[in-house]
Ligand binder design. Structure first.
Ligand code: 6PG
Length: 268
């Protein structure tokens, strides 16, 4: 994270100084950041997260972030915890892009993964961690989360998450939004769907594209050779991915890739 003499805010910020929850001037709508090694990828992801957080807290007094599920976040959030001592964690609000319909202590729970990798290690007030209650019937959990998101997003169409972080599945899914598979049911901000890939029997509660697009910035954290083809499709077209459905209306998208996930982009 860098700052220059005349402007003490982190240079990574794309936000102007305002106390509203509106995004600031666009610096660029698309960025692709490449971490050559596992260590450099995790550092890149952590520095990007902390720069966005510091900028949001400095300009609007709070940082509202949507975190992803899956396995990739463990690596990045461990680095966030290591490097996050300067951030005022009391200003941070954490939302979940999706959740499996399981108890919060179940091995498959995204909340459990985030608690182990991140939430247990930083002093974010418990009331500012808005988990999807996967222990409930899916439709009930979705209805409750719809109320949670409506309280944040419903007041003004200018209100946005400062950062939405998503992973990307090999089939092009993000959160629990799967190409060609409509949700079983959906409110404005939250829907009920199925697990991607071969786990279709497992139900999921997910933010809708309308909710995920309400972002100053979307970050896609993608690692691994198995994602190279879908990354190429998402960035160059030619295949089904949900990324276009969730890109910010007037924000920016930052891809944080490792060398393997970017391997089909080079040479163009
Ligand atoms: C989930 C996520 C899902 C995940 C991608 C990538 O609950 O699993 O919402 O969308 O982000 O499948 O997962 P990895 O990061 O583990 O590859």
């Amino acid at each position: 994270m860098t700052t220059n003499a005349e402007d003490r805010r982190p240079q990574a910020s794309c936000h102007e100084k305002s106390m509203s929850r509106e995004c600031g001037a666009e610096l660029s709508r698309l960025r692709i950041l490449l971490g050559e090694t596992t260590e450099s990828w995790r550092t890149l992801a952590a520095e990007h997260f902390l720069a966005a957080a510091m900028a949001a807290v400095a300009t609007r007094g709070a940082f509202h972030v949507v975190v992803p599920g899956g396995s990739t976040p463990r690596l990045a959030f461990a680095a966030v915890v290591e490097a996050g001592s300067l951030l005022d964690w009391r200003r941070v609000h954490v939302y979940f892009g999706d959740e499996r319909v399981v108890a919060p202590d179940h091995p498959d729970s995204n909340y459990r993964m985030m608690r182990e990798a991140f939430l247990d290690h930083v002093p974010i007030p418990a009331e500012q961690v808005y988990r999807i209650e996967g222990e409930r019937v899916a439709e009930d959990a979705a209805a409750l989360y719809e109320e949670t998101l409506a309280r944040f997003l419903g007041g003004s169409k200018e209100t946005k998450f400062d950062l939405v972080i998503l992973g990307l599945g090999p089939d092009g899914h993000v959160a629990s939004l799967i190409p060609g598979c409509p949700l079983d049911s959906s409110g404005a901000w939250v829907g009920v769907g199925r697990a991607p890939m071969s786990n279709a029997a497992v139900r999921r509660v997910t933010m809708t594209p309308a909710a995920l697009r309400r972002a100053c910035e979307l970050a896609l954290w993608v690692r691994g050779e198995d994602k190279a083809n879908v990354v190429r499709h998402a960035l160059r077209g030619g295949g089904a991915t949900m990324v276009p459905e969730v890109e910010p209306v007037d924000g920016r998208t930052t891809w944080i890739l490792d060398r393997a996930a970017a391997s089909q982009l080079t040479g163009e």
